[in-house]
Design a protein around this ligand. Structure first.
Ligand SMILES: Cc1cc2nc3c(=O)[nH]c(=O)nc-3n(C[C@H](O)[C@H](O)[C@H](O)COP(=O)(O)OP(=O)(O)OC[C@H]3O[C@@H](n4cnc5c(N)ncnc54)[C@H](O)[C@@H]3O)c2cc1C
Length: 370
């Protein structure tokens, strides 16, 4: 049964980090904001490394620090990065040399749950529901969704797309995001009960892609392989093969001898995607819905916060006059475009440091399309 429409001055679609951050920022400005989307569950979610740079947006959102969101037991400060990239020799970079600090390994779903809890306690109206249909009468959007409580319709003159790589709204209003490269990832979460596990992120390039592993709170570890669809799907089909290959590819010392899986393997798209349009007259896109990164950069969460805050600035500025609206949207699109260009330059540099496998299909794909 359809419930009465929920009216909001602005509706944010997608209850991930970008959506929750935007809702918090808009609420701070006094706007009546509604957040709608499928929220994270209790299982693991990719994106467990938080760079230290997220402290700035977190403070802008009124949090004194990460400890205002997560308890001590939910955070593992990262002490170093290790990489064997372009060579079999591991290079070690201590976080002490990073002026912003080493960042943190977190349980991502818990981070999102806590952020959502804070948003709710600050008065953001949240509807957990799957988005189904969009209608636009020229002045107001109507978004139909279905959740545990049945069907819900949200009516709002302005929308923010924060639906991640699915880009639910962008696809309907502007078309599919443009993909600059082909890359998939397969991810495993395992128990790592070793008493002295270094809090180190390890990255290793191999012939058909690259591996990533990092410790997580609660004696867990994430292990991910990034490659083309055929190699990813072979590993996805067999968890044992996944771990054997990780060990055989040089991660043996980084993994526990016996591994117990915490959740089924997950696979997902890991390409760079840029939306054909970042903003329209009454909508804009943030986070992965606007621009999704190669996981090598570990910049996705920072950008989710950054774009949410910049979008909030643009929306506030836009409400002053039509001229200001046009300027504000142009500024926002340029900010996203600048991030994309700078990120692509860095990405190009990293992938081209791997000379050994230059003629392999995976590396040709990443370098040629850089
Ligand atoms: C393999 C991999 C590893 C990564 N590792 C890191 C990392 O370590 N550090 C880092 O900073 N970044 C990492 N990233 C990137 C990071 O995960 C993303 O940039 C980040 O999740 C973007 O946040 P978001 O809120 O924009 O989107 P999302 O986190 O994708 O949230 C979107 C939300 O919208 C909801 N939604 C979508 N469609 C619908 C619909 N139809 N109806 C209802 N709800 C919907 C989803 O359920 C979700 O809750 C990684 C990415 C990949 C692919």
């Amino acid at each position: 049964m359809a419930s009465n429409p929920v009216n909001a001055e602005i509706a944010v679609l997608g209850v991930g980090v970008a959506g929750i951050a935007a809702a918090l920022a808009l609420k701070q400005t006094g706007l009546d904001v509604c957040l709608i989307g499928e929220a994270v569950g209790n299982g693991p979610k990719v994106g467990e490394y938080l760079p230290a740079s997220v402290l700035r947006p977190l403070r802008a959102l009124g949090f004194s620090g990460l400890d205002a969101i997560l308890g001590e037991q939910d955070v593992l400060p990262s002490t170093a990065k290790m990489s064997a990239w372009g060579s079999e020799t591991w290079a070690y970079q201590d976080s002490l040399r990073d002026p912003e600090g080493g960042g943190w390994h977190i349980l991502r779903h818990r981070f999102e749950q806590q952020l959502m809890h804070h948003a709710q306690s600050r008065g953001v109206e949240i509807h957990r529901a799957k988005l189904l249909e969009l209608k636009d009468n020229g002045a107001e959007y109507r978004v139909r969704a279905v959740g545990d409580g049945g069907e819900i319709t949200v009516q709002s003159p302005r929308l923010i797309d924060a639906t991640g790589r699915k880009a639910w709204l962008v696809r309907r209003l502007a078309g599919a995001p443009k993909q600059t490269n082909i890359q998939m990832a397969v991810i495993a979460w395992i128990k790592d009960p070793r008493p002295t596990v270094a809090r180190v992120t390890s990255v290793k390039s191999v012939k058909n892609g690259w591996w990533y592993t990092a410790p997580l709170p609660e004696q867990q570890r994430v292990v991910a392989f990034h490659g083309l669809a055929d190699s990813v799907s072979q590993l996805y089909k067999s968890p044992d093969r996944f771990l054997d290959q990780a060990r055989g590819d040089g991660l043996k010392d980084h993994l526990p001898d016996r591994a117990e899986f915490i959740a089924p393997l997950q696979s997902c798209d890991a390409s760079v995607r840029l939306s054909p349009k970042i903003a329209g007259k009454r909508w804009l896109a943030i986070g992965d819905a606007a621009l999704s990164f190669d996981p090598l950069s570990s910049q996705g969460l920072h950008f989710a916060f950054y774009s949410a805050l910049k979008a909030c600035d643009a929306i506030c500025e836009a409400s002053r006059s039509e001229t200001r609206r046009l300027q504000a949207m142009e500024v926002y699109c340029r900010q996203v475009s600048d991030v994309f260009k700078s990120n692509q330059r860095t990405r190009f540099m990293f992938y081209n440091q791997e000379h050994r496998f230059r003629d392999e299909p995976y590396w040709r794909e990443q370098c040629n399309r850089c």
